[in-house]
Ligand binder design. Structure first.
Ligand SMILES: [Mg+2]
Length: 238
């Protein structure tokens, strides 16, 4: 951890922004891979090549090149030089979504923290997530929209962490100053470095069992660290 630039204390912040994957929710790796094997099997595709192209298409999906999972599938099928019928594709898209919903759960400390912030007067809350369109349904399924004033998924806004743009857009939408905004994340995609460059105070949540496959670039600096999200509440006077 690099030296804290700012203390986290009541009255110092107007808004708290959260990362989604591995901060608020966790993906069960075993279930996820089992499900992906089932999707490849349904399509009659060898798992290894299907999954390689699926993961490869993830970044394009996160920046918004695919607005639906169906489009991501069509891209992967084109890469594999395969065509499948419309009804089968529809079933595969549905199964893929089911796999993600089934494999993902909220972290135990997430809901309590979000509820406490919701009850606390004055704090604005935002979500800043590098995600493909499948994350949106997951977010709904986990009943998270109620806790956020603004929700920024990279595939919708066309910008990804750690680019300053996505943090500044969140602050603009929340009508808060970055210097009075906390960003809390597990640190993947150099999101904490990006938050600091945008002028926010960065808070790292230490998480076990993160899915390494989707991690690209660890954050190098942050201002405060937590082992449980609830630890931030007293600092915020909540
Ligand atoms: Mg994360």
């Amino acid at each position: 951890m690099t030296r804290a630039r700012r203390s986290v204390s009541p009255g110092a912040f107007d808004a708290v922004c959260f990362d989604f994957f591995d901060t608020l929710c966790v993906i069960d790796e075993g279930r996820y891979f089992e499900g992906q094997r089932a999707v490849a099997g349904m399509l009659g595709l060898p798992f290894d090549s299907f999954f390689r192209f699926w993961v490869e298409a993830g970044k394009a999906g996160q920046i918004g090149d695919f607005q639906t999972e169906r489009d991501r599938f069509l891209h992967v099928l084109a890469r594999l030089d395969r065509e499948i019928s419309g009804p089968l594709l529809t079933r595969a898209v549905a199964l893929q979504q089911e796999v993600l919903l089934d494999a993902t759960a909220l972290h135990l400390d997430a809901e309590e923290t979000l509820r406490a912030l919701q009850r606390a007067p004055g704090y604005r809350t935002g979500l800043i997530s590098n995600a493909t369109s499948s994350a949106f349904l997951l977010f709904l399924n986990l009943r998270l929209p109620q806790f956020f004033h603004e929700i920024l998924f990279s595939f919708q806004v066309g910008a990804m962490k750690p680019a300053r743009q996505i943090y500044l857009l969140a602050c603009q939408r929340l009508r808060v100053d970055p210097s009075r905004t906390l960003f809390i994340g597990d640190g993947g995609a150099q999101e904490l470095d990006g938050a600091r460059l945008a002028g926010m105070t960065a808070v790292k949540i230490h998480r076990q069992g993160v899915l390494e496959l989707f991690r690209r670039g660890e954050s190098r600096g942050w201002d405060r660290e937590l082992n449980d999200l609830r630890e931030i509440l007293p600092d915020l006077g909540v």
